[in-house]
Design a protein around this ligand. Sequence first.
Ligand SMILES: [Zn+2]
Length: 441
Amino acid sequence: MYSKHLISVTALLLATAACSAEDSGDGSGGATGVGGQIGTGGLKAPTGGSGGSTSTTGGVATTGGTLSPTGGTTGGTPISGGAPSGGTPTTGGSSSTGGAPVAGGAPSGGSGGSIAGGPSGGGGASGGTPSSGGSGPAASFKCENLTLAPSTTGVAKPAGAAGGLKVLDWAGFKGAASFTFDDNTPSQMANYNALKATGGHVTWFVVGSWLSGSAGEVSKFKATLADNQEMGNHTYNHQSNGSQSDLQQAQDFIKTQFGVNANSMAAPNCAGAWAGVAPMVLFQNRGPCGGNVAAISPRDNTDPFQLPAYLPNTGESAANLSAQISAGKWRIYVIHGFDSQGGTYQPVPIASVTGAMSKAVMDGYWVEGMSAVGAYWQGQKLIPTSATTTATWTLPSKFPPNQCLRITTTGGTVTQKGMTIPWDDHGYYQISLDAGEVTVQ
Ligand SMILES: [Zn+2]
């Protein structure tokens, strides 16, 4: 299964490179080399329950977007290749409530569910198979920003003294990379399958007026949301001097056309004027952009409304793109497309992009959309490093719902709002940011 899949990906990449004579020297090496190693990654069944099958992606297991210790409807959707039944535990708590999204974490599941079963729908061998009936309320909430998990599994629950609360950097990955694509240019959907096959997730920053009337393109972009790709706001009219009304118009357009709320924006032309407009509608903004901008560190003081993004040169190689990623940091990329159709700005060969994405996944980086990573980055800072057994917080304005953090402890039981949070054998507890508090006791 791995090899067939990888061969097809490699063939696609090579074909793409071959079709573009000017770029063939850049993209093929990195992409092909990466492809050959993906198989060493996601060896563990990424989904909960008996249906969990192999993952065809490297280095990343897919976990459920819903954290439900009672079984229920956790598990989520394999990125690709996973058995469709994965994530449907055969037993467990009340499935009618177990997976229900509960903002703020009202008790659900209750007596039937074991808190040991199927944390986050992942958990490899134990995922989705409650070992015993638990007692007391169990937490149930969505973790929409944590649909990817590190490939490590089988990590034992900390058994020492209660305390030692610590938020994992970058959701337990080596670092983070957000590949964002602007302007809904023609080559984006044309190359979507290659992007998806990397196992990473991306962000589309679409321009409302440029998509309006293109029902075909809208439906293609919309279909990618089922793969956990992100729809972002690149305004309605793509002006450098922005207005709240233009930003809101795009927000409304996205809601109407795609059925989702955009959480992040990307300033058109990376213009600085938008940094003051974005907070009125969204919780973060991308820009400035350039070839020499900083990557972001955990707990650093980067302005969430001026998130720096790396802008590749035309035709840049996979190796150059990969060189922008470093351990412990979050790199955001701004890319406009993969060929020059429609005057696409500074196109980068698809093989360069997929090569860099695949390598990042294989190397253990969190290749995820900008809002998911940004919510984690902002959320982590809400829990001070001095906290050991408890913390409380208030979410920033416009902060998206259903976002979570991954924490470890030295031992004890982790609760939120009186509900027990299950240990996930990828090596953490997933806690809800909506809950506003966490306790280790
Ligand atoms: Zn743009």
